[in-house]
Design a protein around this ligand. Structure first.
Ligand code: PAF
Length: 283
């Protein structure tokens, strides 16, 4: 595996591969790899001839007072893990390659970016959309892999790719979980031992939603109420939101039907955790 830091170099590598008829997959990340990232790389490796993983802790998606400086980083370990996963190129640009002097363009996906996580992180999805759009131009792969754990991010990236006509297929990869159900996340590193135990309550709440939906419960209000009760039993967890919405416009639902996203966010100590499940409701 080669580590590439320059935009021109990675662009020419991808262009040369595509000119030979090869399918290129890109896995955008901010590093500190865990099994969730490795699963994205595994799926990309299975489906593509050439796999590029991007590693860039994007300052534009962190708001004032957020964890940009503390965001966990371990480049050597990431390099080893990506290599072992069979990645061809690790694109790890310095900040000035992604945001050269004078950079002043922003991509904003209206509406979708201001609900759910966007309420407490108003700058976040603009920063994500801008860097992902830039990465799609820098690494013009035919397929791009994102975790379903970041469900709102995935909805926004799909919307942006469609609206701006990026010729890339967005592939969502199922969430990888710890044995107690906690979704893998780089931010789990912030949790103390006690908080780590408490964190599984997010998954427990989603399981309650899954059971109710399986039993035919169609009222979003009743499902949310039952989830809230589960989360509130855990005093270390401060629930930020529960959203029961459709998976394209993120519009809140009253009665469940079609593809339903059940998502939640909560704070535990220094960490802000999110999780979700997707349901196909046919009644
Ligand atoms: O999901 C992430 O790790 C980041 O938001 C992404 C998509 C790499 C953009 O910086």
């Amino acid at each position: 595996m080669e580590v590439v830091t320059g935009v021109d170099r990675i662009r020419s590598i991808v262009a040369a591969a595509k000119a030979k008829g090869r399918v290129v997959g890109v896995v955008p990340t901010m590093g500190f790899f865990h099994r969730g990232h490795l699963e994205l790389m595994r799926v990309a490796r299975e489906e593509c001839d050439l796999v590029v993983v991007t590693l860039f802790v994007n300052p534009a998606q962190f708001g004032p007072g957020e964890d940009l400086d503390d965001y966990p980083r371990d480049f050597e370990n990431d390099r080893r893990l990506a290599d072992e996963a069979g990645v061809d190129y690790l694109f790890s640009p310095p900040r000035e390659e992604m945001y050269p002097e004078g950079f002043c363009t922003a991509v904003k996906v209206e509406g979708l970016s201001s609900v759910m996580c966007g309420e407490s992180r108003p700058c976040h999805f603009g920063g994500v959309a801008t860097v992902v759009a830039t990465l799609f131009n820098t690494v013009p792969a035919q397929r791009a892999y994102f975790g379903e754990k970041d469900a709102q991010q995935l909805v926004i990236i799909r919307r942006m790719a469609k609206d701006l006509d990026f010729p890339v297929e967005i592939v969502g990869v199922p969430t990888v979980r710890e044995p107690d159900g906690l979704a893998m996340s780089s931010r789990n590193a912030y949790l103390s031992e006690e908080e780590r135990k408490a964190a599984s309550v997010l998954h427990s709440a989603l399981q309650v939603a899954a059971r109710l939906i399986d039993e035919g419960e169609a009222s979003a209000f009743r499902i949310e109420d039952a989830m809230r009760e589960v989360v509130e039993r855990e005093p270390l967890v401060r629930l930020e939101y529960i959203s029961i919405c459709d998976n394209i416009y993120l519009s809140p639902l009253q009665e469940l039907s079609g593809e339903v996203l059940v998502a939640l966010a909560a704070r535990l100590g220094k960490a802000r955790l999110i999780d979700n499940m997707l349901f196909r409701v046919n009644w």
